[in-house]
Design a protein around this ligand. Structure first.
Ligand code: AMP
Ligand code: ZN
Length: 469
């Protein structure tokens, strides 16, 4: 398996630090609003990387943070007249709902910055002790960038070019820095901002320190993969490397992966430019599986332009797979069981070639575009070769290959038969009748049966209400 490493600017063979295990950290969103589909790109891309690694047999420890202390969160809290925690908790919940709707699996751990302040204080103290950080007069703690000799190695920037570009900082208020390249580890609180006590001042952490600390706590000093959108390469990830490697004395992440931007009219989609669609906006028009398909139809390192036309073609692509699987299910219902014929065996061997093609594409730095083409070829093969004369075993196996490959991409292509509203109402009536007749065991049984099918009952004063989970 080859992975493009931003650090070396090359595709490298993936060799985990520990055989069979992958430690992976993905920088998560700042939670002050509903996420937009630009934020969804790294979620979908790295969830797919994780799924593929698991398919290859790795045990993946996947950590992704929520940044829940930040200027934008505080600003929104002031606007609404509530605590910052109210804002961040609200949008973490909403973000988790969006992730689930996009079939992005929850991380092994989703740490929150505000729960990890002690670890941040420890690392900052450590950096000061080692001479990599210093306290300015107003209590701000800065990282002494020039002291870290490899600074710039990820973004391939030259320190002196950066110095020139950053000169204005020296005269713009941050004049307590020793050097314009130095960045904040801890800063004093302003007005009514949330704050924590520290040896330097009552204040809060800079943004970069949180990821160094959370990665260390949940995955250890050295990890396999650190990932995020390409806007994070500089300064965020460059600064994380400087912090972690100076504090831990070890190399931080072996592979650095970055997704390219999701654009609109060839401009990065972003909250601040106002050119964005939230995941919720898209969910009003499309099944979010279509969004997922759209994201994976391009290689993750290629910019992807969002347009209604491309979404419509993603929709028809996705539906082509769904239809094929549903046809196979239809054939399966009527097919007779028996052992595989010689011809069927030969056909399955041919079908497995598409599986190999899929793996080959994914092994080449997660080329999901080619991997999806392999699924299409398989679908075409299934549409041509599965018919009423084939055995149930053959059809089932063919279907399983398609569903498995789609699942590695996180695409749900086999729709579970949904209960119709009328069936649900009928079961609720039967449950009420059972309760009336004091047959509580039967009533519970019906409730559980519905729950298994994703229907939640709620007994209210106005009667029984239900919703789909
Ligand atoms: P933020 O909340 O801005 O820190 O972003 C969370 C994640 O989304 C980071 O990995 C960003 O790099 C990524 N991201 C933000 N906007 C885009 C975009 N338009 N395209 C791709 N990734 C993005
Ligand atoms: Zn980060």
């Amino acid at each position: 398996m080859k992975v493009y490493n931003t650090l070396s600017k090359k595709k490298e063979e993936f060799i985990p630090l520990e055989p069979g295990k992958v430690k992976m950290y993905v920088c998560g969103p700042t939670v002050y609003n509903l996420i937009h589909i630009g934020n969804a790109r790294p979620m979908i891309v790295f969830d797919t990387v994780r799924r593929y690694m698991e398919h290859k047999g790795y045990e993946v420890n996947y950590v992704s943070n929520f940044t829940d202390v930040d200027d934008k969160i505080i600003k929104k809290a002031i606007e609404e007249g509530v605590d910052a925690a109210v804002i961040s908790e609200r949008y973490i919940e909403e973000c988790k709902k969006d992730m689930e709707a996009m079939n992005v699996r929850p991380a092994t751990t989703h740490p929150l910055a505000t729960n990890e302040i002690d670890g941040m204080l420890d690392m900052i103290k450590d950096l000061i002790d080692k001479g990599f950080a210093y306290q300015a007069e107003d209590g701000t703690v800065y990282y002494r960038t020039r002291k870290f000799k490899e600074y710039g190695k990820l973004s391939h920037k030259n320190l002196d070019d950066l110095q020139g570009g950053n000169r204005s900082l020296l005269v713009s208020g941050e004049n307590q820095k020793e050097d314009s390249l130095d960045f904040v580890l801890w800063k004093p609180k302003k007005n009514d901002e949330p704050y924590w006590e520290s040896p330097w001042c009552n204040g809060r952490p800079g943004w970069h320190i949180e990821c160094s600390v959370m990665s260390k706590k949940y995955l250890g000093d050295e990890i396999d993969i650190h990932a995020g959108g390409e806007d994070l390469v500089f300064p965020h990830h460059e600064n994380e490397i400087a912090q972690s490697e100076a504090a831990n004395g070890k190399s931080f992440a072996k592979y650095w992966m970055h997704n390219a931007f999701l654009n609109i009219d060839n401009r990065k989609m972003s909250k601040s430019s106002g050119n964005f669609f939230t995941v919720r906006d898209i969910a009003e028009k499309y099944d979010l599986q279509v969004l997922r398909f759209f994201m994976l139809s391009a290689h993750y390192r290629s910019p992807l332009n969002f347009s209604a036309d491309l979404m419509d073609s993603a929709k028809s692509g996705y539906e082509r797979i769904v239809t094929s699987v549903s046809n196979l299910n239809y054939l399966l219902e009527n097919a007779s069981s028996g052992s595989l014929s010689e011809k069927e065996n030969a056909l399955l061997k041919e079908a497995n070639l598409f599986l190999e093609k899929f793996d080959e594409a994914m092994d080449d730095d997660f080329n999901t575009a080619d991997a999806i083409s392999a699924i299409f070829e398989l679908v075409k093969f299934a549409n041509t070769n599965a018919d009423a004369a084939k055995s149930a075993e053959f059809i089932r196996e063919l279907k399983d290959i398609i569903v498995t490959l789609a699942d590695i991409c996180g695409l749900i292509v086999e729709k579970k038969a949904e209960l119709l509203d009328a069936d649900i109402e009928a079961l609720i009536e039967a449950r009420q009748a059972a309760r009336k007749g004091k047959d509580f065991a039967r009533a519970d049984e019906i409730r559980n049966e519905l729950l298994e099918k994703g229907i939640i009952l709620e007994d209210t004063r106005e009667g029984v209400k239900w919703k789909r989970a």
